[in-house]
Design a protein. Sequence first.
Length: 70
Amino acid sequence: MVTTVQKSGLALGVATLGTLFVGLEKTGVGTAFVVSLVVQAAIMLAIAGGSLTLPHLHARQGETGVAVHV
């Protein structure tokens, strides 16, 4: 299930950024590239910020020497 969601997200991301680029291409390839790059950077920052809100898993060594996630 996770793999399907990841693949769908990647495909939708590429399609969205590609549509944005093609839509802005009439203003100039350079402008379309810069706008697409800025949007992609903003999305990356939003995902990075969102990942900071996730609970952190701290590994602790069990008696067997195997890391145990708590």
